[in-house]
Ligand binder design. Structure first.
Ligand code: 2PG
Ligand code: MG
Length: 427
């Protein structure tokens, strides 16, 4: 057995897909095994997320991460030095205790999550097998059904449209590789439709086309036209939305800036319901705001049997919140983002709570990303069933899709694609 005790931890500042600073951590074990991970960053964030610690002030728009990097190189390195990297739970518990706050605001959720994931990588390296396999521990896993953005919006596109992510899912695909190929056809078709309409204006934060639309419905109509132009029928390629309603809704009032309308919770749910009737929608994330638990229950009761209802800002990768949502019937699926929870262990607990409740589980990237592909290994190794990474352009996104392709190829005939069955519906 190699010596899996931690010999060295080094944090540094690197840069994300928005050109903002973020935290990278290197972990070296006594055996020489090495792990590295980078913290991602959200733009539309739930208030219950682990704190993304930034320096503030004028420099770099206040986004610098000097304090978080410093925490890694001082307190965290000292506390974890000599600990066993193979014991992820104790590592994460030590950082939670060291931080001492409820929201990881002292050391920074970014410092803690990058360290936690780097330790995980190092432990896998020590075991000599790929991280996804290290996590699977011999259990059967599936290659996730991808959820891929075609048009950006909301906080990722200067609020050009209200809805944040207009995505496709390919429940009819037979493999991950085929799902990517189909999505590539739709992305291409969407680009040519936008060009013809004189609306091609580059891409939003996650690589989806800039949403130069007059209404949210125009985005949906254009998405349907793109699916049809690419030659697909309803069912094989379907629509998924992240409404990210906390960004424009509070205390039961939703302000749709583009449509110049204010809606209460009932009207908001009715509007989404009409969309579910009119368009081939199989999944809706954060249909109402994080403070609107009753709205989540009402929406799930009305549409959860035919449309997966995902809690993101609402559940913030928190096991207790997932359990409560399951008991209340407030969602049918949970988005799993390591940096919302702040450690690998807490992320896993939220995913397990989702599975125990019969929820769909979707491991997700953030809008601020890097070349780090850890989430792909988590999605496969933990058998999440679904993976959300953003769009089908820009290499911080493509690196993740491509890595998942490689895993499917490595599994060969043993590869099982999660497909349609991964979607969580109300039972
Ligand atoms: C989300 C994510 C990814 P952000 O809301 O699901 O689309 O966005 O990272 O900005 O929270
Ligand atoms: Mg979201």
């Amino acid at each position: 057995m190699s010596d899996t005790r931690i010999a060295d931890i080094k944090g540094r500042r690197v840069w994300d897909s928005r050109g903002r600073p973020t935290v990278e951590v290197d972990v070296t074990l006594k055996s020489g095994a090495f792990g590295r991970a980078i913290a991602p960053a959200g733009a539309s964030m739930g208030s219950g997320e682990a704190v993304d610690l930034r320096d503030g002030g004028a420099k770099l728009g206040g986004y610098d991460v000097g304090r978080a990097v410093n925490a890694v190189n001082s307190e965290v390195a000292v506390a974890l030095g000599g600990m066993d990297a193979a014991d992820q739970a104790s590592i994460d518990q030590a950082m939670i205790a060291l931080d001492g706050t409820a929201n990881k605001g002292r050391l920074g959720g970014n410092a803690i999550v990058a360290t936690s994931m780097a330790v995980l990588h190092a432990a896998a390296a020590a075991s000599g097998i790929p991280l996804w396999q290290h996590l699977a521990q011999g259990r059967k896993v599936r290659i996730p059904l991808p959820e891929i953005q075609i048009f950006g919006g909301g906080a990722h596109a200067a609020r050009r449209v209200d809805i944040q992510d207009f995505m496709v899912m390919c429940p009819g695909a037979a493999s991950f590789a085929q799902a990517l190929e189909w999505t590539a056809e739709v992305y291409l078709a969407a680009g040519s439709i936008m060009k013809q309409a004189g609306k091609l204006q580059g891409v939003a934060d996650e690589g989806g086309y800039w949403p130069a639309f007059r209404s949210n419905e125009e985005a949906l109509d254009t998405l349907v036209a793109s699916i049809l132009k690419a030659g697909f029928k309803g069912g094989d390629v379907a629509i998924s939305l992240d409404v990210a309603a906390s960004e424009f809704g509070k205390a039961g009032t939703y302000t749709l800036a583009l449509d110049d309308r204010k809606l209460d919770t009932t009207a908001m749910i009715d509007m989404l319901g009409r969309w579910c009737e009119a368009y081939p929608i199989v999944s809706i994330e954060d249909p109402v705001a994080e403070d609107d638990a009753e709205g989540f229950v009402a929406f799930t009761r009305a549409y959860g049997d035919r449309c997966q209802v995902i809690g993101d800002d609402f559940l913030v990768t928190n096991a207790a919140r997932v359990r409560k949502a399951a008991a209340d019937g407030a969602a049918t699926a949970v988005l799993i983002k390591p940096n919302q929870a702040g450690t690998v262990t807490e992320t896993r607990a939220a995913l397990d709570a989702g599975k125990a409740a019969g929820f769909g589980t979707i491991v997700s990237a953030r809008s601020g990303e890097t070349e780090d592909v850890t989430i792909v290994y988590l999605a496969v190794g933990w058998d999440a069933g679904q993976l959300k990474v953003g769009s089908f352009s820009r290499s911080e996104r493509m690196a993740k899709w491509n890595e998942c392709l490689r895993i499917e190829e490595a599994l060969g005939r043993d590869a099982v694609f999660a497909g349609r069955g991964a979607l969580g519906f109300r039972r």
